[in-house]
Design a protein around this ligand. Sequence first.
Ligand code: FAD
Length: 481
Amino acid sequence: MSNSKPAPVILWFRKDLRLDDNGALTAAAQSGRPVICVYIREPESERTGPLGGAQAWWLHHSLSALLKSVEAIGGQLLLRSGKAADVLRKLAEQTGSDRVLFNRHYERDDLDAEIIAALQEDRIEVKRFKGQLLHDPHSMRTGTGGSYRVYTPFWKALDRDGDPREPLDPPKKISSSLINLETEVLKDWDLLPKNPNWAAEFDRIWTPGEKGAWTKLAAFTKKPIQTYKKDRDFPGLGDATSNLSPHLAFGEISPARVWFATRQLGEFANADIIHFRKELVWREFSYHLLASFPQLPVKNWNDKFDRFPWSKNRDGFTAWTRGMTGYPIVDAGMRQLWRHGYMHNRVRMITASFLIKDLMIDWRQGEAWFRDTLVDADVASNAANWQWVAGSGADAAPFFRVFNPILQGEKFDPDGSYVREFVPELAKLDNKYIHRPFDAPLDVLARAGVKLGTTYPNPVVDHFTARDHALAAYAEVTGRS
Ligand code: FAD
Protein backbone atom coordinates (compact mmCIF):
# COMPACT_ATOMS: atom_id res chain seq x y z
CA MET A 1 0.00 0.00 0.00
CA SER A 2 1.28 3.49 -0.78
CA ASN A 3 2.09 5.60 2.28
CA SER A 4 0.28 8.61 0.92
CA LYS A 5 -3.09 6.86 1.04
CA PRO A 6 -5.01 7.09 4.30
CA ALA A 7 -5.53 3.76 6.05
CA PRO A 8 -8.97 2.33 5.36
CA VAL A 9 -11.65 1.98 8.01
CA ILE A 10 -13.46 -1.31 8.45
CA LEU A 11 -17.23 -1.19 8.68
CA TRP A 12 -18.75 -4.29 10.21
CA PHE A 13 -22.38 -4.92 9.23
CA ARG A 14 -24.34 -6.97 11.75
CA LYS A 15 -28.08 -6.71 12.44
CA ASP A 16 -28.14 -3.38 10.64
CA LEU A 17 -28.37 -4.51 7.04
CA ARG A 18 -29.19 -1.06 5.69
CA LEU A 19 -27.60 2.12 4.38
CA ASP A 20 -30.23 4.45 5.84
CA ASP A 21 -29.91 5.71 9.42
CA ASN A 22 -26.75 3.71 9.91
CA GLY A 23 -24.53 5.68 12.30
CA ALA A 24 -21.44 3.53 11.74
CA LEU A 25 -21.73 3.69 7.95
CA THR A 26 -22.29 7.45 7.95
CA ALA A 27 -19.22 7.96 10.17
CA ALA A 28 -17.18 5.70 7.90
CA ALA A 29 -18.28 7.68 4.83
CA GLN A 30 -17.56 11.00 6.52
CA SER A 31 -14.08 9.89 7.60
CA GLY A 32 -12.97 10.48 4.02
CA ARG A 33 -10.98 7.25 4.21
CA PRO A 34 -11.50 4.19 2.06
CA VAL A 35 -14.17 1.96 3.57
CA ILE A 36 -14.01 -1.82 3.74
CA CYS A 37 -17.44 -3.29 4.44
CA VAL A 38 -17.68 -6.78 5.87
CA TYR A 39 -20.42 -9.13 7.04
CA ILE A 40 -19.22 -11.98 9.24
CA ARG A 41 -20.94 -15.33 9.51
CA GLU A 42 -20.13 -16.19 13.09
CA PRO A 43 -20.33 -19.57 14.78
CA GLU A 44 -23.47 -19.89 16.89
CA SER A 45 -23.43 -18.33 20.30
CA GLU A 46 -24.41 -20.43 23.31
CA ARG A 47 -27.04 -17.95 24.41
CA THR A 48 -28.63 -16.90 21.18
CA GLY A 49 -28.44 -20.37 19.62
CA PRO A 50 -28.13 -21.18 15.93
CA LEU A 51 -29.69 -18.99 13.27
CA GLY A 52 -33.17 -20.41 12.69
CA GLY A 53 -34.06 -21.93 9.34
CA ALA A 54 -36.52 -19.17 8.41
CA GLN A 55 -34.02 -16.46 9.27
CA ALA A 56 -31.31 -18.20 7.28
CA TRP A 57 -33.59 -17.84 4.24
CA TRP A 58 -34.11 -14.18 5.07
CA LEU A 59 -30.41 -13.53 5.64
CA HIS A 60 -29.53 -14.92 2.22
CA HIS A 61 -31.87 -12.52 0.47
CA SER A 62 -31.08 -9.59 2.71
CA LEU A 63 -27.34 -9.93 2.11
CA SER A 64 -27.94 -10.34 -1.56
CA ALA A 65 -29.78 -6.96 -1.53
CA LEU A 66 -27.09 -5.32 0.61
CA LEU A 67 -24.28 -6.51 -1.67
CA LYS A 68 -25.98 -4.58 -4.47
CA SER A 69 -26.75 -1.44 -2.48
CA VAL A 70 -23.22 -1.16 -1.10
CA GLU A 71 -21.93 -1.53 -4.64
CA ALA A 72 -24.29 1.20 -5.82
CA ILE A 73 -22.58 3.73 -3.52
CA GLY A 74 -19.12 2.73 -4.69
CA GLY A 75 -18.18 0.11 -2.11
CA GLN A 76 -17.83 -3.63 -1.85
CA LEU A 77 -19.26 -5.86 0.85
CA LEU A 78 -16.96 -8.71 1.83
CA LEU A 79 -18.40 -11.92 3.22
CA ARG A 80 -16.25 -13.79 5.70
CA SER A 81 -16.79 -16.59 8.22
CA GLY A 82 -15.31 -17.14 11.66
CA LYS A 83 -15.15 -15.59 15.09
CA ALA A 84 -15.71 -11.86 14.71
CA ALA A 85 -12.55 -10.84 16.60
CA ASP A 86 -10.36 -13.15 14.47
CA VAL A 87 -11.90 -12.04 11.18
CA LEU A 88 -11.64 -8.34 12.02
CA ARG A 89 -8.04 -8.66 13.22
CA LYS A 90 -7.04 -10.49 10.07
CA LEU A 91 -8.81 -7.97 7.85
CA ALA A 92 -7.10 -5.09 9.64
CA GLU A 93 -3.75 -6.78 9.14
CA GLN A 94 -4.42 -7.42 5.44
CA THR A 95 -5.49 -3.84 4.77
CA GLY A 96 -3.43 -1.80 7.22
CA SER A 97 -6.62 -0.54 8.82
CA ASP A 98 -6.47 0.84 12.36
CA ARG A 99 -10.14 1.57 12.90
CA VAL A 100 -13.25 -0.62 13.10
CA LEU A 101 -16.73 0.85 13.24
CA PHE A 102 -19.96 -0.94 14.00
CA ASN A 103 -23.42 -0.43 15.44
CA ARG A 104 -24.39 -1.86 18.79
CA HIS A 105 -26.35 -5.02 18.72
CA TYR A 106 -27.85 -5.30 22.16
CA GLU A 107 -28.67 -8.98 22.25
CA ARG A 108 -24.95 -9.68 22.42
CA ASP A 109 -23.73 -6.48 23.98
CA ASP A 110 -21.73 -8.20 26.71
CA LEU A 111 -19.94 -10.38 24.13
CA ASP A 112 -18.71 -7.27 22.32
CA ALA A 113 -16.38 -6.52 25.21
CA GLU A 114 -14.18 -9.47 24.19
CA ILE A 115 -14.04 -8.32 20.57
CA ILE A 116 -13.17 -4.77 21.54
CA ALA A 117 -10.42 -5.98 23.89
CA ALA A 118 -8.95 -8.23 21.17
CA LEU A 119 -8.88 -5.38 18.64
CA GLN A 120 -7.41 -2.95 21.10
CA GLU A 121 -4.59 -5.39 21.79
CA ASP A 122 -3.65 -4.88 18.12
CA ARG A 123 -3.95 -1.10 18.58
CA ILE A 124 -7.09 -0.97 16.51
CA GLU A 125 -9.49 1.77 17.49
CA VAL A 126 -13.11 0.67 17.87
CA LYS A 127 -16.11 2.98 17.59
CA ARG A 128 -19.63 1.81 18.35
CA PHE A 129 -22.83 3.57 17.32
CA LYS A 130 -26.49 3.29 18.26
CA GLY A 131 -29.42 2.63 16.02
CA GLN A 132 -30.94 -0.77 16.78
CA LEU A 133 -33.36 0.84 19.22
CA LEU A 134 -34.95 4.22 19.85
CA HIS A 135 -33.15 4.52 23.18
CA ASP A 136 -30.18 2.82 24.74
CA PRO A 137 -31.77 0.16 26.99
CA HIS A 138 -29.10 0.74 29.64
CA SER A 139 -29.88 4.44 29.84
CA MET A 140 -33.58 4.10 30.68
CA ARG A 141 -33.79 4.32 34.49
CA THR A 142 -36.59 4.60 37.01
CA GLY A 143 -36.71 7.50 39.49
CA THR A 144 -34.68 5.42 41.93
CA GLY A 145 -32.06 4.51 39.32
CA GLY A 146 -33.21 0.93 38.76
CA SER A 147 -34.37 -0.78 35.59
CA TYR A 148 -38.03 -0.86 34.64
CA ARG A 149 -39.98 -4.03 35.38
CA VAL A 150 -43.36 -2.77 34.22
CA TYR A 151 -44.22 -1.63 30.72
CA THR A 152 -46.59 1.31 31.41
CA PRO A 153 -44.13 3.49 33.38
CA PHE A 154 -41.47 2.58 30.80
CA TRP A 155 -43.71 3.85 27.99
CA LYS A 156 -44.60 6.97 29.98
CA ALA A 157 -40.94 7.79 30.59
CA LEU A 158 -40.15 7.32 26.93
CA ASP A 159 -43.16 9.35 25.83
CA ARG A 160 -42.26 12.16 28.25
CA ASP A 161 -38.84 12.44 26.63
CA GLY A 162 -40.49 13.27 23.30
CA ASP A 163 -39.34 12.11 19.89
CA PRO A 164 -36.17 10.05 19.67
CA ARG A 165 -33.24 11.37 17.65
CA GLU A 166 -33.82 12.14 13.96
CA PRO A 167 -32.78 9.37 11.58
CA LEU A 168 -29.72 9.91 9.37
CA ASP A 169 -29.98 9.91 5.60
CA PRO A 170 -27.98 7.25 3.77
CA PRO A 171 -24.53 8.24 2.45
CA LYS A 172 -24.52 8.82 -1.30
CA LYS A 173 -20.96 7.61 -1.76
CA ILE A 174 -18.19 5.81 0.06
CA SER A 175 -14.66 5.54 -1.19
CA SER A 176 -13.57 2.07 -1.91
CA SER A 177 -10.26 0.60 -0.77
CA LEU A 178 -9.11 -0.53 -4.25
CA ILE A 179 -7.31 -3.41 -2.56
CA ASN A 180 -8.30 -6.74 -3.97
CA LEU A 181 -9.61 -8.67 -1.00
CA GLU A 182 -10.94 -12.17 -0.94
CA THR A 183 -14.59 -12.70 -0.17
CA GLU A 184 -16.71 -15.79 0.29
CA VAL A 185 -19.63 -16.45 -2.03
CA LEU A 186 -23.11 -16.08 -0.57
CA LYS A 187 -24.42 -19.13 -2.41
CA ASP A 188 -21.77 -21.28 -0.73
CA TRP A 189 -23.17 -20.42 2.67
CA ASP A 190 -26.08 -22.70 1.86
CA LEU A 191 -28.66 -20.61 3.67
CA LEU A 192 -31.60 -21.57 1.47
CA PRO A 193 -33.69 -24.68 2.13
CA LYS A 194 -33.67 -27.52 -0.37
CA ASN A 195 -35.50 -30.82 -0.54
CA PRO A 196 -38.07 -29.85 0.53
CA ASN A 197 -38.15 -26.14 -0.12
CA TRP A 198 -40.41 -25.27 2.80
CA ALA A 199 -39.93 -21.57 2.08
CA ALA A 200 -41.73 -21.73 -1.27
CA GLU A 201 -44.41 -19.26 -0.15
CA PHE A 202 -42.04 -16.82 1.54
CA ASP A 203 -41.18 -15.14 -1.77
CA ARG A 204 -44.79 -14.17 -2.29
CA ILE A 205 -45.12 -12.52 1.11
CA TRP A 206 -41.70 -11.06 1.77
CA THR A 207 -39.04 -8.97 0.06
CA PRO A 208 -36.04 -9.04 2.38
CA GLY A 209 -33.78 -6.01 2.26
CA GLU A 210 -34.01 -2.29 2.75
CA LYS A 211 -36.25 -1.65 -0.26
CA GLY A 212 -38.73 -4.27 0.91
CA ALA A 213 -38.84 -2.59 4.33
CA TRP A 214 -39.59 0.81 2.82
CA THR A 215 -42.33 -0.65 0.65
CA LYS A 216 -44.00 -2.20 3.70
CA LEU A 217 -43.66 1.06 5.64
CA ALA A 218 -45.17 3.08 2.79
CA ALA A 219 -48.09 0.68 2.38
CA PHE A 220 -48.81 0.66 6.10
CA THR A 221 -48.61 4.42 6.63
CA LYS A 222 -50.79 5.05 3.61
CA LYS A 223 -53.89 3.40 5.06
CA PRO A 224 -53.84 0.58 7.62
CA ILE A 225 -52.33 2.80 10.33
CA GLN A 226 -55.53 4.86 10.32
CA THR A 227 -57.48 1.94 11.77
CA TYR A 228 -54.60 0.16 13.49
CA LYS A 229 -56.00 0.23 17.01
CA LYS A 230 -59.30 -1.35 16.00
CA ASP A 231 -58.07 -3.80 13.36
CA ARG A 232 -54.73 -5.01 14.68
CA ASP A 233 -56.27 -7.89 16.64
CA PHE A 234 -58.06 -9.51 13.71
CA PRO A 235 -55.82 -11.97 11.88
CA GLY A 236 -58.29 -12.44 9.01
CA LEU A 237 -57.85 -8.80 7.98
CA GLY A 238 -54.41 -9.52 6.52
CA ASP A 239 -52.33 -6.39 6.31
CA ALA A 240 -53.91 -4.49 9.21
CA THR A 241 -50.51 -4.33 10.92
CA SER A 242 -47.21 -3.12 9.50
CA ASN A 243 -45.47 -6.50 8.88
CA LEU A 244 -42.24 -4.67 9.61
CA SER A 245 -41.02 -7.10 12.29
CA PRO A 246 -38.54 -9.12 10.18
CA HIS A 247 -37.17 -5.93 8.64
CA LEU A 248 -36.68 -4.48 12.12
CA ALA A 249 -35.18 -7.75 13.37
CA PHE A 250 -32.50 -7.67 10.66
CA GLY A 251 -32.04 -3.93 10.97
CA GLU A 252 -33.10 -3.28 7.39
CA ILE A 253 -34.98 -0.28 8.70
CA SER A 254 -34.37 1.53 11.95
CA PRO A 255 -37.06 2.05 14.58
CA ALA A 256 -36.24 5.77 14.48
CA ARG A 257 -37.06 5.84 10.76
CA VAL A 258 -40.36 4.06 11.42
CA TRP A 259 -41.19 6.41 14.30
CA PHE A 260 -40.49 9.48 12.18
CA ALA A 261 -42.57 8.14 9.31
CA THR A 262 -45.55 8.09 11.66
CA ARG A 263 -44.75 11.66 12.80
CA GLN A 264 -44.97 12.92 9.26
CA LEU A 265 -48.56 11.71 9.02
CA GLY A 266 -49.90 14.84 10.71
CA GLU A 267 -49.49 17.41 13.39
CA PHE A 268 -51.53 15.48 15.89
CA ALA A 269 -50.60 12.06 17.08
CA ASN A 270 -53.95 10.32 16.97
CA ALA A 271 -54.92 7.24 18.94
CA ASP A 272 -53.92 4.86 16.14
CA ILE A 273 -50.45 6.33 15.75
CA ILE A 274 -49.92 6.29 19.49
CA HIS A 275 -51.04 2.68 19.66
CA PHE A 276 -48.62 1.72 16.91
CA ARG A 277 -45.77 3.54 18.66
CA LYS A 278 -46.64 1.71 21.85
CA GLU A 279 -46.05 -1.56 20.02
CA LEU A 280 -42.66 -0.33 18.83
CA VAL A 281 -41.97 0.43 22.46
CA TRP A 282 -42.82 -3.16 23.47
CA ARG A 283 -39.80 -4.05 21.37
CA GLU A 284 -37.75 -1.49 23.29
CA PHE A 285 -39.07 -2.81 26.58
CA SER A 286 -38.08 -6.37 25.63
CA TYR A 287 -34.51 -5.19 25.08
CA HIS A 288 -34.60 -3.30 28.34
CA LEU A 289 -35.58 -6.53 30.11
CA LEU A 290 -32.85 -8.45 28.29
CA ALA A 291 -30.29 -5.83 29.30
CA SER A 292 -31.17 -6.26 32.96
CA PHE A 293 -31.52 -10.05 32.74
CA PRO A 294 -29.38 -11.49 29.91
CA GLN A 295 -30.63 -15.00 30.75
CA LEU A 296 -34.16 -14.01 29.66
CA PRO A 297 -34.28 -16.52 26.73
CA VAL A 298 -33.31 -19.46 28.93
CA LYS A 299 -34.34 -18.77 32.53
CA ASN A 300 -37.60 -17.91 34.24
CA TRP A 301 -37.59 -14.28 35.32
CA ASN A 302 -39.71 -15.39 38.28
CA ASP A 303 -37.83 -18.32 39.77
CA LYS A 304 -40.99 -19.77 41.33
CA PHE A 305 -41.57 -21.22 37.88
CA ASP A 306 -38.38 -23.27 38.21
CA ARG A 307 -40.48 -25.76 40.16
CA PHE A 308 -43.30 -25.94 37.61
CA PRO A 309 -44.05 -29.56 36.63
CA TRP A 310 -43.71 -29.19 32.85
CA SER A 311 -44.94 -32.11 30.81
CA LYS A 312 -42.77 -34.08 28.38
CA ASN A 313 -45.79 -34.60 26.15
CA ARG A 314 -43.97 -35.30 22.86
CA ASP A 315 -47.08 -36.14 20.88
CA GLY A 316 -48.71 -32.93 22.07
CA PHE A 317 -45.69 -30.90 21.03
CA THR A 318 -45.62 -32.52 17.59
CA ALA A 319 -49.35 -31.88 17.12
CA TRP A 320 -48.79 -28.23 18.09
CA THR A 321 -45.85 -27.69 15.72
CA ARG A 322 -47.77 -29.26 12.84
CA GLY A 323 -51.01 -27.41 13.44
CA MET A 324 -52.89 -30.62 14.25
CA THR A 325 -54.23 -29.95 17.76
CA GLY A 326 -57.89 -30.07 16.76
CA TYR A 327 -58.39 -26.41 17.80
CA PRO A 328 -58.79 -24.50 14.53
CA ILE A 329 -57.39 -21.11 15.59
CA VAL A 330 -54.30 -22.77 17.10
CA ASP A 331 -53.80 -24.91 14.02
CA ALA A 332 -54.29 -21.99 11.64
CA GLY A 333 -51.62 -20.00 13.52
CA MET A 334 -49.09 -22.82 13.55
CA ARG A 335 -49.64 -23.46 9.85
CA GLN A 336 -49.34 -19.75 9.02
CA LEU A 337 -46.02 -19.85 10.86
CA TRP A 338 -44.81 -22.78 8.77
CA ARG A 339 -46.02 -21.42 5.45
CA HIS A 340 -45.16 -17.72 5.87
CA GLY A 341 -42.48 -17.70 8.58
CA TYR A 342 -44.80 -15.36 10.43
CA MET A 343 -47.82 -15.48 12.70
CA HIS A 344 -50.28 -12.76 13.64
CA ASN A 345 -49.64 -11.33 17.12
CA ARG A 346 -53.04 -12.26 18.57
CA VAL A 347 -52.59 -15.82 17.36
CA ARG A 348 -49.04 -15.97 18.76
CA MET A 349 -50.57 -15.32 22.17
CA ILE A 350 -53.26 -17.98 21.66
CA THR A 351 -50.85 -20.66 20.39
CA ALA A 352 -48.30 -19.89 23.12
CA SER A 353 -50.96 -20.08 25.81
CA PHE A 354 -52.15 -23.39 24.37
CA LEU A 355 -48.66 -24.91 24.47
CA ILE A 356 -47.94 -23.72 28.00
CA LYS A 357 -51.30 -24.06 29.70
CA ASP A 358 -53.30 -26.65 27.76
CA LEU A 359 -50.36 -28.93 27.00
CA MET A 360 -48.27 -27.83 30.02
CA ILE A 361 -45.12 -27.82 27.90
CA ASP A 362 -42.21 -25.63 28.99
CA TRP A 363 -42.33 -22.20 27.31
CA ARG A 364 -38.67 -22.65 26.29
CA GLN A 365 -39.69 -25.38 23.84
CA GLY A 366 -42.12 -23.00 22.22
CA GLU A 367 -39.57 -20.19 22.22
CA ALA A 368 -37.07 -22.44 20.42
CA TRP A 369 -39.67 -23.52 17.83
CA PHE A 370 -40.61 -19.91 17.11
CA ARG A 371 -36.90 -18.99 16.91
CA ASP A 372 -36.40 -21.61 14.22
CA THR A 373 -39.52 -20.85 12.21
CA LEU A 374 -40.16 -17.09 12.47
CA VAL A 375 -38.53 -14.76 9.98
CA ASP A 376 -38.76 -12.05 12.65
CA ALA A 377 -37.27 -14.18 15.46
CA ASP A 378 -35.66 -11.81 17.88
CA VAL A 379 -33.91 -12.89 21.05
CA ALA A 380 -35.39 -10.14 23.22
CA SER A 381 -38.94 -9.93 21.83
CA ASN A 382 -39.39 -13.68 21.53
CA ALA A 383 -38.21 -14.47 25.04
CA ALA A 384 -40.01 -11.53 26.66
CA ASN A 385 -43.29 -12.47 24.98
CA TRP A 386 -43.03 -16.16 25.80
CA GLN A 387 -42.37 -15.31 29.43
CA TRP A 388 -45.24 -12.83 29.31
CA VAL A 389 -47.67 -15.53 28.20
CA ALA A 390 -46.22 -18.08 30.63
CA GLY A 391 -46.65 -15.70 33.54
CA SER A 392 -43.01 -16.24 34.49
CA GLY A 393 -41.78 -12.90 33.13
CA ALA A 394 -41.54 -9.34 34.39
CA ASP A 395 -44.88 -7.56 34.00
CA ALA A 396 -46.34 -10.82 32.68
CA ALA A 397 -49.94 -11.83 32.15
CA PRO A 398 -50.99 -13.72 35.28
CA PHE A 399 -50.72 -17.49 34.84
CA PHE A 400 -54.43 -17.90 35.50
CA ARG A 401 -55.20 -15.91 32.35
CA VAL A 402 -55.65 -18.93 30.14
CA PHE A 403 -56.68 -18.15 26.57
CA ASN A 404 -59.75 -20.09 25.56
CA PRO A 405 -58.99 -21.08 21.94
CA ILE A 406 -62.66 -21.38 21.03
CA LEU A 407 -63.76 -17.99 22.37
CA GLN A 408 -60.62 -16.29 21.08
CA GLY A 409 -61.31 -17.68 17.62
CA GLU A 410 -64.95 -16.58 17.72
CA LYS A 411 -64.05 -13.09 18.92
CA PHE A 412 -61.08 -12.32 16.70
CA ASP A 413 -61.86 -14.40 13.62
CA PRO A 414 -65.65 -14.11 13.65
CA ASP A 415 -66.23 -15.18 10.05
CA GLY A 416 -63.51 -17.83 10.24
CA SER A 417 -61.65 -16.37 7.28
CA TYR A 418 -58.25 -16.85 8.92
CA VAL A 419 -59.00 -20.47 9.78
CA ARG A 420 -60.39 -21.14 6.30
CA GLU A 421 -57.19 -19.83 4.72
CA PHE A 422 -54.77 -21.91 6.76
CA VAL A 423 -56.89 -24.96 7.60
CA PRO A 424 -58.53 -25.56 4.21
CA GLU A 425 -60.02 -28.89 5.27
CA LEU A 426 -62.48 -26.87 7.41
CA ALA A 427 -63.18 -24.24 4.74
CA LYS A 428 -66.75 -25.35 4.09
CA LEU A 429 -67.80 -25.49 7.73
CA ASP A 430 -70.53 -23.07 8.93
CA ASN A 431 -69.39 -20.00 10.87
CA LYS A 432 -71.15 -21.39 13.91
CA TYR A 433 -68.79 -24.37 14.11
CA ILE A 434 -65.64 -23.13 12.42
CA HIS A 435 -63.93 -22.68 15.80
CA ARG A 436 -65.51 -25.73 17.43
CA PRO A 437 -65.86 -28.52 14.85
CA PHE A 438 -65.97 -31.07 17.69
CA ASP A 439 -69.38 -29.63 18.73
CA ALA A 440 -70.87 -29.80 15.24
CA PRO A 441 -73.66 -32.33 14.50
CA LEU A 442 -72.60 -35.14 12.19
CA ASP A 443 -74.76 -33.94 9.30
CA VAL A 444 -73.17 -30.47 9.46
CA LEU A 445 -69.71 -32.03 9.38
CA ALA A 446 -70.70 -34.33 6.54
CA ARG A 447 -72.01 -31.41 4.47
CA ALA A 448 -68.70 -29.63 4.95
CA GLY A 449 -66.74 -32.76 4.01
CA VAL A 450 -65.19 -32.99 7.49
CA LYS A 451 -64.60 -36.33 9.15
CA LEU A 452 -63.15 -35.75 12.61
CA GLY A 453 -60.22 -38.02 13.35
CA THR A 454 -59.72 -38.55 9.60
CA THR A 455 -59.72 -35.29 7.63
CA TYR A 456 -59.15 -33.11 10.70
CA PRO A 457 -57.99 -34.22 14.17
CA ASN A 458 -60.06 -34.54 17.29
CA PRO A 459 -58.84 -32.17 20.04
CA VAL A 460 -55.58 -33.39 21.59
CA VAL A 461 -56.85 -32.27 25.01
CA ASP A 462 -60.13 -31.07 26.43
CA HIS A 463 -59.46 -27.37 27.00
CA PHE A 464 -61.44 -27.08 30.23
CA THR A 465 -59.93 -30.15 31.88
CA ALA A 466 -56.44 -29.09 30.79
CA ARG A 467 -57.00 -25.60 32.15
CA ASP A 468 -58.01 -26.89 35.59
CA HIS A 469 -55.00 -29.16 35.62
CA ALA A 470 -52.62 -26.29 34.79
CA LEU A 471 -54.17 -24.00 37.40
CA ALA A 472 -53.86 -26.72 40.07
CA ALA A 473 -50.16 -27.17 39.20
CA TYR A 474 -49.67 -23.42 39.37
CA ALA A 475 -51.37 -23.22 42.80
CA GLU A 476 -49.06 -25.93 44.09
CA VAL A 477 -45.94 -24.17 42.88
CA THR A 478 -46.89 -20.73 44.16
CA GLY A 479 -48.89 -21.73 47.20
CA ARG A 480 -51.91 -19.86 45.80
CA SER A 481 -55.31 -21.38 45.39
P1 FAD B 1 -47.08 -4.24 14.31
O1 FAD B 1 -48.35 -4.48 15.00
O2 FAD B 1 -47.13 -3.51 13.03
O3 FAD B 1 -46.08 -3.59 15.31
C1 FAD B 1 -44.97 -2.78 14.90
C2 FAD B 1 -43.69 -3.33 15.48
O4 FAD B 1 -43.70 -3.26 16.90
C3 FAD B 1 -43.42 -4.79 15.16
O5 FAD B 1 -42.86 -4.94 13.89
C4 FAD B 1 -42.48 -5.19 16.28
O6 FAD B 1 -41.15 -4.82 16.01
C5 FAD B 1 -42.99 -4.36 17.45
N1 FAD B 1 -43.91 -5.15 18.28
C6 FAD B 1 -45.24 -5.30 18.11
N2 FAD B 1 -45.74 -6.06 19.10
C7 FAD B 1 -44.71 -6.41 19.89
C8 FAD B 1 -44.59 -7.20 21.07
N3 FAD B 1 -45.64 -7.78 21.66
N4 FAD B 1 -43.36 -7.37 21.60
C9 FAD B 1 -42.26 -6.80 21.04
N5 FAD B 1 -42.33 -6.03 19.93
C10 FAD B 1 -43.53 -5.84 19.36
N6 FAD B 1 -41.88 -10.05 17.71
C11 FAD B 1 -40.70 -10.07 17.09
O7 FAD B 1 -40.33 -9.08 16.43
N7 FAD B 1 -39.87 -11.17 17.16
C12 FAD B 1 -40.22 -12.30 17.85
O8 FAD B 1 -39.44 -13.24 17.92
C13 FAD B 1 -41.50 -12.31 18.49
N8 FAD B 1 -41.92 -13.41 19.16
C14 FAD B 1 -43.15 -13.39 19.78
C15 FAD B 1 -43.56 -14.53 20.51
C16 FAD B 1 -44.79 -14.53 21.14
C17 FAD B 1 -45.22 -15.75 21.95
C18 FAD B 1 -45.64 -13.40 21.07
C19 FAD B 1 -46.98 -13.39 21.76
C20 FAD B 1 -45.25 -12.28 20.36
C21 FAD B 1 -43.99 -12.26 19.72
N9 FAD B 1 -43.55 -11.11 19.00
C22 FAD B 1 -42.32 -11.13 18.40
C23 FAD B 1 -44.32 -9.85 19.03
C24 FAD B 1 -45.33 -9.62 17.90
O9 FAD B 1 -46.14 -10.74 17.74
C25 FAD B 1 -44.68 -9.26 16.57
O10 FAD B 1 -43.71 -8.24 16.74
C26 FAD B 1 -45.75 -8.73 15.58
O11 FAD B 1 -46.75 -9.72 15.39
C27 FAD B 1 -45.09 -8.40 14.26
O12 FAD B 1 -46.05 -8.00 13.31
P2 FAD B 1 -46.04 -6.51 12.75
O13 FAD B 1 -44.67 -6.12 12.35
O14 FAD B 1 -47.11 -6.40 11.75
O15 FAD B 1 -46.40 -5.71 14.07
